[in-house]
Design a protein around this ligand. Structure first.
Ligand SMILES: NC(=O)c1ccc[n+]([C@@H]2O[C@H](COP(=O)([O-])OP(=O)(O)OC[C@H]3O[C@@H](n4cnc5c(N)ncnc54)[C@H](O)[C@@H]3O)[C@@H](O)[C@H]2O)c1
Length: 337
């Protein structure tokens, strides 16, 4: 069978992960080209024997017989690149978020629909084995009807302020994964959002117009709720926990650790800190999300995370932002209207 020809735009933290995974795990495809504006990307392309490196997205799309584009460039390029790739007839995997404006996201989705290409959004945590298991437990009715979902999501340290300035802020950059997780686990529609945010980690983040610490409450259409707690800095590392409580029981996913050993002595008990950050913690999820993306492309089945998932997580993020600014509960319909 003909190998799928894949190109990647953006070879930063996440672009390198996808490049490595696509080159090492999928004999049914080949990465034929990469694009980045930074000179250092020459070394990355050489490390993975990618024959074509360009610095312009149009040149990437012009690569002969290209089938798929994986967009890992900064957030403010996603909408433009997705539209161009769709118009060129390429199937697309795009990192989150699609854009920071809902109107622009809708415009992108309209072009994707008109072009008839496939689009998947990079909500990798759905493909994490721990969280997939919790979703399966919910689907199998093991905990009954979910009443409360609790998501703890704290980073080991904040990104540079230069990144924060173009990221869309904590809700659209970081919490967006948790909004998607809440929707994925619940399977329900979010109706209302109430959020409180603060600057507790670094005043420079506040000076850049963002927050670094937050509690967000989501209410679903059946009255069940999710509470998300976020911080850009946890001194003990990446804290990623999930709990679902229902009328028949409770399911929990704890942090993952380099080893599960515990040391007990007369002075106390100790063990490893959680896996340090997303590259380590979600390693398996990035491989699995690409696997399910490629499988869906090859089989022609529905994308496991589609454009509407991208749109709704952004809408919830915008509602959370509005809630913090206006100090009130925001109905999702206000944002979607
Ligand atoms: N799903 C996840 O777990 C996850 C994790 C991290 C980042 N992301 C998302 O991926 C995107 C990239 O984040 P990152 O952390 O890799 O950023 P990064 O800053 O590490 O890398 C961005 C890369 O894009 C390149 N670049 C800059 N301008 C470009 C342009 N116009 N066209 C193409 N490339 C360009 C930069 O040179 C750099 O190599 C962001 O949208 C972010 O939200 C997703």
């Amino acid at each position: 069978m003909k190998k799928l020809k894949v190109a990647i735009a953006g070879l930063g933290r996440i672009g390198k992960i996808h490049l490595k995974n696509l080159c090492r795990n999928f004999p049914e495809l080949e990465v034929v080209a990469v694009m980045d504006v930074a000179a250092e990307s020459k070394n990355v392309a050489a490390e993975y024997n990618v024959p074509i490196l360009v610095s312009d997205f149009d040149d990437l799309l012009a690569v002969l017989d290209l089938d798929v584009v994986v967009i890992c460039s900064p957030t403010d390029t996603h909408a433009d690149y997705t539209i161009k790739a769709a118009k060129a007839g390429k199937d697309i995997f795009c990192e989150k978020p699609l854009d920071l404006s809902l109107d622009r996201v809708q415009e992108v989705l309209d072009v994707v629909k008109e072009s008839g290409v496939k689009l998947m959004l990079g909500f990798n945590r759905r493909f994490d084995p721990e969280f997939k298991k919790i979703r399966q437990l919910v689907l199998s009715d093991a905990i009954g009807d979910p009443q409360i979902i609790k998501i703890t999501s704290r980073d080991p340290g904040p990104p540079p302020v230069s990144y924060i300035k173009v990221s869309g802020g904590m809700f659209l950059d970081m919490t967006i994964h948790d909004f998607d997780m809440a929707r994925y686990i619940s399977g329900k529609m979010v109706k209302e959002v109430f959020a409180k945010g603060a600057v507790m980690v670094d005043p420079e983040i506040g000076n850049a117009g963002d927050i670094d610490t937050a509690i967000i409450t989501l209410t679903f259409d059946d009255g069940s709720m999710a509470v998300i707690d976020n911080c850009r800095k946890a001194v003990y590392g990446y804290d990623q926990r999930l709990e679902v409580f229902g009328n028949k029981g409770m399911a929990q996913a704890d942090n993952n650790f380099p080893t599960n050993h515990k040391l007990y002595t007369e002075s106390g008990m100790s063990g490893d800190l959680p896996l340090h950050f997303f590259l380590e913690r979600y390693d398996a999820s990035y491989v699995q999300e690409m696997k399910e993306f490629i499988d869906a492309l090859v089989s022609g089945s529905e994308m496991p995370v589609d454009g509407n998932d991208g749109l709704l997580s952004i809408a919830i993020g915008l509602a959370a932002k509005k809630s913090v600014v206006e100090g009130r509960l925001v109905k999702l319909d206000e944002i979607l209207a």
